[in-house]
Write a protein that binds this ligand. Structure first.
Ligand SMILES: Nc1ncnc2c1ncn2[C@@H]1O[C@H](COP(=O)(O)OP(=O)(O)O)[C@@H](O)[C@H]1O
Ligand SMILES: [Mg+2]
Length: 496
């Protein structure tokens, strides 16, 4: 059963469909969509809707003596058209009621060519067997980006206090659009109501929507919505990548990116462990104001939540429902052993295969950010140009990046930056990863605190001299990764 959208409706009507059944749990939302659709059809005017208590009504005005469903249908039968008739309660009457079913059939028949369309809204799927051939079935899925945007724009027009908030924060509308995707409009209405009635900040309203979504995603077991994201200012070095990110944002703006116009397919980020790949993915989501969904590949392969293929398909469906978003596939190579991948029909090759197909075919604005430590595990087709827009290599930070990383982590722990010589620290830590630098700051603070005194440059230098960076013990592997990346990837650091 397909999801109902305005385009779908217009298409069905244009090919002469006269009877439509919509499965919906939100009648009001369905009615709004139908009203918007009717407004786009010449001469149709507002829809006429029927309930078993009021009978027919149009624009809130009741047409008298039409509470009897047969009388309501008589009205539609004799209407010259065009007309959009919404029958809200008819499914409660049409079981064992041959006269009613016959009248619906008659209406469908005479509607042809007159621009008369009848839409039945219901919470249940059952329809009388003899109507099955005439009726087109739809489900009202979650609202798409356009529906959410239209809803918010209308609200802004009709609600002065919401309009005021929007005026003071030009980005707010679009941020709400992004945050509300994957949820029903009732959640969005609730968030805006609290925004209006309490002195809740707009950031809190956006956040409460994201919290809702986080709860939904958590139930899947394999996905997680990450809310504690970090922006570019938390990321030392990687000028090249920051530049790449910001250029897109300035070219397309938030609306372009969230509509998918400026959103590339995805990037593969590979490189040395502890050098900020995960942090970088968070920065992408933050800079583009998109929700970040992390897919845990090792859980996918473990099969705890169903077969790996089924889990992955579910993840793609969810990401599309929530889109625009960033789908983070962390350590994409986990679960792939060289042996496992090469052996014909292994689970990992099937999983990667369906991943690549989806990457190529996806319609919704889902930006894929895949990270990998061990690239030699990845088969060539993953790396082939065209799958990902870019393959970035994140290597050990250079001197200036190390200086920046020291400053970021010192500032994060509220240290007074003016008393530290970050140049000297950077100069003494050649070959250290970002994670190791963070660890040095962390341990130095701990030592000083144990002695109940403020941390000094000396504490940091002492930690530096005690640390043997992984790049020394793993020199061979890092060299291999670097050689590989030199030919195939764009360095994240350096200025293009
Ligand atoms: N370039 C960097 N700038 C700032 N902090 C960094 C950087 N690289 C690593 N770190 C610190 O090290 C931690 C681990 O990095 P992470 O992003 O998980 O590395 P990876 O995913 O490449 O293994 C981060 O949470 C961050 O605190
Ligand atoms: Mg990581």
């Amino acid at each position: 059963m397909e999801n109902l959208t305005q385009q779908q409706l217009l298409r069905q009507i244009s090919i002469g469909i006269t009877l439509i059944h919509v499965l919906t749990e939100n009648e009001r939302r369905c009615e709004r969509l139908l009203g918007q659709t009717a407004a786009r059809i010449k001469g149709m005017g507002s829809p006429v809707s029927w309930t078993c208590t009021d009978g027919l009504s149009r624009d809130g005005e009741i047409i008298p003596d039409t509470a009897d469903p047969l009388k309501a249908l008589d009205f539609a039968l004799s209407h010259p058209g065009p007309l959009l008739l919404i029958l809200k309660d008819i499914h409660k009457f049409w079981r064992d009621n041959p006269v009613l079913v016959r009248k619906i059939k008659d209406l469908s028949c005479v509607s042809r060519g007159k621009g008369k369309v009848t839409v039945i809204t219901a919470e249940e799927e059952w329809i009388p067997p003899c109507l099955q051939e005439e009726i087109v079935l739809f489900r009202q899925g979650l609202p798409d980006i356009e529906e959410i945007r239209t809803f918010l724009r209308q609200l802004r027009e009709n609600d002065t206090s919401f309009a005021k908030v929007c005026e003071s924060e030009p980005d707010l509308l679009e941020r709400l659009v992004v945050a509300a995707r994957g949820l029903d409009l009732v959640d969005l209405e609730r968030a805006i109501r609290t925004l209006r009635l309490t002195d809740m900040s707009s950031t809190d309203a956006v956040r409460s929507l994201l919290e809702n979504k986080r709860r939904i995603l958590q139930q899947s077991g394999i996905m997680e919505l990450i809310l504690d994201t970090a922006g570019c200012n938390q990321l030392g070095g990687m000028e090249n990548l920051k530049h790449w990110l910001q250029r897109r944002e300035s070219a397309f703006g938030l609306e372009g990116i969230s509509s998918g116009i400026g959103l590339p397919k995805g990037v593969l980020i590979m490189g040395v462990a502890g050098c900020g790949k995960s942090l970088l993915v968070k920065a992408i989501a933050t800079e583009w104001h998109l929700p970040l969904i992390r897919l845990d590949m090792s859980t996918v392969y473990s099969g705890i939540f169903g077969s790996p293929e089924a889990s992955l398909n579910k993840a793609f469906k969810t990401a599309e429902a929530v889109a625009p978003c960033v789908l983070w596939i962390d350590e994409i190579e986990s679960g792939i052993t060289t042996h496992g991948f090469k052996s014909e029909g292994g689970a990992s090759s099937r999983v990667l295969g369906s991943f690549l197909t989806w990457m190529q075919e996806k319609q919704e604005p889902v930006f894929v950010a895949a990270t990998a430590n061990a690239i030699e595990m990845l088969p060539a087709e993953v790396l082939r140009k065209g799958r990902f827009d870019e393959i970035f290599y994140v290597g050990l930070p250079e001197t200036s990046a190390r200086e920046e990383i020291f400053r970021i982590h010192l500032a994060k722990r509220k240290a007074d930056l003016s008393i530290f010589d970050s140049k000297l620290l950077a100069g003494s830590t050649k070959g250290f990863s970002g994670a190791e630098i963070e660890q040095i700051v962390h341990s130095a603070i701990f030592e000083a605190r144990a002695d109940q005194r403020p941390m000094t440059q000396q504490d940091l230098m002492a930690m530096v001299s005690r640390t043997v960076p992984l790049s020394i013990t793993m020199a061979e592997q890092i060299k291999k990764i670097e050689t590989w990346a030199f030919k195939r990837a764009v360095p994240a650091s350096g200025s293009s």
